[in-house]
Design a protein around this ligand. Structure first.
Ligand SMILES: CCCCCCCCCCCCC[C@H](O)CC(=O)SCCNC(=O)CCNC(=O)[C@H](O)C(C)(C)COP(=O)(O)OP(=O)(O)OC[C@H]1O[C@@H](n2cnc3c(N)ncnc32)[C@H](O)[C@@H]1OP(=O)(O)O
Length: 717
């Protein structure tokens, strides 16, 4: 709703009230329409201020309402009516003015903000465009070029930047509502024509068409199949070339297309998933709202390889003092040189002042004795990690939280060598750790709620999307990756090339196909894991069946040939020397595959992109169902957030589990059954949970959590 009050004198104050972010629900819109009418009719009112309750102007249209039928007064005419008022109307912006919130402010004649306010039109991130006049008013206010940047990226800007761009008229460190009231009083009675943005021309550079074409091709390249960024450019083209009314018609048309698209539903689901995972719970019943996190001010990172360096930077950026330990002198010297530069670069990218002197480097593990939390990031080797944990247990003061950045080893085994297993959790970062948003917080059977809460809160401080997951080999992300990689290798055996597989996945929306990705991360990573698991190495027979399952030795043979990926200049592709980044197909790989197939009596067949997607993605999705069944992830949102934020799953496809729902669970089951019955692809046995969901009529993804809990109570899973 919106509250109306008449301030002493002649100013009407309209306060939006819809906690927590004053989203423009039907009731709020109705409240605004009524309040504006009242202000118009009251002859004593000469000017109006619109503000938001609790220091937040407005977080935009109420996204939850998008799922149902529209009700209440529509936003577009409401904002038009405000712009048409013949008494000055100012928006007093505190906290946020985002999406429809900023569009409402653009309909006002003046905008005054607190210096800490944040503004933006992030609709593109929800699969939409600013559909309440924002695509037409903003370029008229700040010019086409700046509007293209803000609207196609959806980025938030500070009040200072908004003032510079011309979005705001004034910024204050004091009370923005008081200033707005004072301001509208001072301009009461002055002509408003030049303040009505819809009546202004759109400032454009002389080469407007070439600018729009350039932005369009950039956006198409960056968005990998996402519709909204393209529609945003089309709407801005309309703003640049058409009168306002026709531009609004185009905005409405584009919005209608987007609004009904599966992509908008997927992106809105992704928005809420990100928030759902923050409300974690453990099988024990401990959860985000009944567990207390410790506030960490001093931490240590052990091991300064690529991961450790990134973690040090991520911690330092939050202002935490970090002891960075590396026992190998050469590695320590390099890290001491490289990490401060990384910190400075990342602080610059985030427009932050570099936190001075918060990192101290050491080669001595004793130096971590005073910290409150340690993150171990040594080489992925269990015996080494056990050694480090034993040492930490003896060096750290009692009560120190001990975390491991392992990407899939047993957290419980590490906890067992310490005196306080309750204070051990996994904090699995993704490379580069200071950039990638995902953090898997891994709890073992003995991890305390306090340890999980602390790791989750620390993740949030670092700007990560933390997802609490159970302890099993590979946790969630890497466990699902295994069957995906396996199918990709099987496809090579059956006749596909690495390029064909990668093209199908990139066309789907992944930034990189599976083989380009393997080349980037290094083929030896998986090789080492397979050797540890006894799947390959000296003494293991070179067959296509290992440990009772179909196995492809192709990646092992690549490693044996010294083709470890980008770092050796050769992998599934060839590069311009070691460290090269541009992948080119390599005839060597074609011959290698042909020879391999001949040796094993395999006849290459033609494989369609559809089969590639089904085999790779349905394998991954099927493992997702197994993970839900095993309660390693609390709900599909957890898996989807992990894949969107850590594994390059295209956000406009929501995540693997959401995608399964979009494709249809019945269809996924049918295709898994089909491939499973194929004599050479036995791995794709559909999960029990998937079968039970289909049997229950394929409920929507939002209902799966409840379904799983019920099934568990009735011991059906
Ligand atoms: C049928 C054919 C029709 C065709 C024509 C259609 C025409 C339709 C015309 C519609 C016009 C639309 C106009 C407009 O352009 C569209 C929009 O405005 S879309 C919304 C844009 N806004 C945003 O994207 C902002 C989203 N929110 C945030 O970024 C953040 O929440 C925040 C505001 C920065 C605050 O961050 P935090 O403090 O960290 O808090 P949280 O993020 O945890 O949020 C707290 C709580 O609030 C919920 N929430 C946040 N924003 C919204 C919102 N806009 N609507 C609903 N709910 C919101 C969030 O989910 C959290 O909820 P909780 O998890 O606590 O339950």
């Amino acid at each position: 709703m919106a509250r109306y009050s008449r301030l002493p004198g002649s100013v009407a104050l309209i306060t939006l009230h819809n906690p927590p972010v004053n989203a423009l629900s039907a009731a709020v819109r109705q409240g605004i329409v009524d309040a504006v009418q009242r202000a118009l009719k009251d002859p004593k009112v000469t000017s109006v201020v619109i503000c938001g309750q609790n220091g937040k102007f407005c977080g935009g249209a109420d996204i939850r309402e998008f799922a149902g039928p529209m009700s209440g007064p529509p936003l577009v005419p409401m904002i038009h009516a405000i712009e048409a008022v013949d008494k000055p109307v100012a928006a007093a912006i505190e906290g946020v003015a985002l999406g429809g919130g900023l569009e409402l402010a653009l309909g006002c004649h003046y905008r005054i903000a607190h210096s800490k306010a944040v503004l933006g039109l992030p609709e593109v991130t929800l699969g939409l465009l600013p559909g309440a006049g924002g695509s037409q008013r903003l370029p008229r206010l700040i010019g086409l070029t700046a509007a293209l940047d803000l609207i196609t990226t959806g980025r938030h800007v500070s009040a200072a930047e908004a003032l510079k761009l011309g979005i705001l008229d004034q910024v204050t460190d004091n009370n923005a509502v008081d200033l707005a009231v004072e301001f509208v009083r001072s301009v009461a009675g002055q002509p408003l024509d030049s303040r009505r943005l819809s009546t202004l021309p759109c400032p454009c550079p002389p080469d407007v068409d070439s600018l729009l074409d350039k932005v369009m091709s950039k956006v198409r390249q960056r968005s990998r199949g996402a519709l909204a960024p393209v529609a945003c450019v089309q709407a801005l083209r309309a703003a640049a070339s058409l009168p306002y009314a026709q531009g609004m018609e185009k905005e409405r048309e584009l919005m209608a297309t987007l609004f009904n698209s599966g992509q908008a539903r997927a992106l809105q689901y992704a928005f809420f998933s990100q928030r759902v995972v923050g409300k974690w719970s453990l099988p024990s019943g401990a959860s985000w709202d009944n567990s207390t996190a410790r506030t960490i001010s001093k931490a240590a990172v052990i091991g300064l390889g690529t991961m450790g360096r990134g973690i040090v930077v991520a911690l330092a950026l939050t202002g935490i003092s970090v002891v960075a330990v590396e026992t190998q002198e050469k590695q320590l010297a390099e890290a001491s040189r490289v990490v401060p530069a990384m910190l400075q670069r990342e602080a610059g990218r985030r427009r932050l002042a570099t936190p001075p002197g918060v990192i101290s480097f050491s080669s001595n593990l004793q130096d971590v004795s005073e910290v409150e939390l340690v993150i171990e990031a040594v080489f992925e080797d269990m015996s080494l990690k056990l050694q480090v944990f034993k040492h930490l247990a003896s060096v750290c003061r009692p009560g120190t939280l001990l975390c491991s950045n392992t990407s899939g080893l047993d957290i419980d085994q590490l906890a067992a060598v310490t005196q306080s297993p309750g204070l051990v959790v996994g904090m699995h970062f993704f490379a580069p750790a200071h950039v990638m948003k995902l953090l898997e917080v891994v709890y073992g059977p003995r991890s305390s709620p306090e340890a999980v809460a602390t790791a989750m809160q620390l993740g949030k401080r670092m700007g990560k999307v933390g997802v609490a997951v159970g302890n099993c080999p590979g946790f969630v992300g890497n466990r699902m990756l295994k069957p995906y990689l396996e199918q990709a290798n099987f496809l090579l055996e059956e006749g596909a090339t690495p390029q064909q597989v990668d093209e199908a996945l990139e066309e789907f929306g992944f930034p990189m196909g599976v083989f380009r990705m393997s080349d980037l991360s290094g083929l030896d990573v998986g090789w080492r894991i397979r050797k540890e698991a006894g799947l390959t190495g000296p003494g293991v027979e070179s067959t296509r069946t290992r440990q009772g399952r179909r196995y492809s030795p192709l990646p092992d043979q690549m490693c044996e040939a010294g083709r470890l990926g980008q770092k050796t200049g050769k992998g599934w592709y060839q590069y311009d020397g070691p460290g090269g980044r541009v992948a080119r197909s390599d005839p060597w790989v074609d011959i290698f595959l042909e020879t391999y197939r001949a040796e094993h009596g395999l006849v290459a067949r033609s494989i369609t992109p559809e089969e590639i997607l089904e085999r790779c993605l349905y394998a991954l999705i099927n493992e997702g169902f197994n993970i839900l069944q095993d309660a390693v992830a609390a709900g599909p949102e957890d898996i989807d957030a992990i894949y969107v934020f850590g594994y390059g799953w295209p956000r406009h496809r929501g995540g693997p589990m959401f995608h399964a729902g979009q494709v249809g669970l019945g269809r996924i089951l049918e295709r898994l059954n089909h491939h499973h019955s194929h004599p050479d692809v036995p791995h794709l046995k559909p999960s029990t949970l998937l079968r039970r969901l289909v049997a229950a009529g394929s409920p929507p993804v939002q209902k799966w959590r409840e379904f799983i809990n019920k099934e568990r109570v009735h011991s059906q899973l």
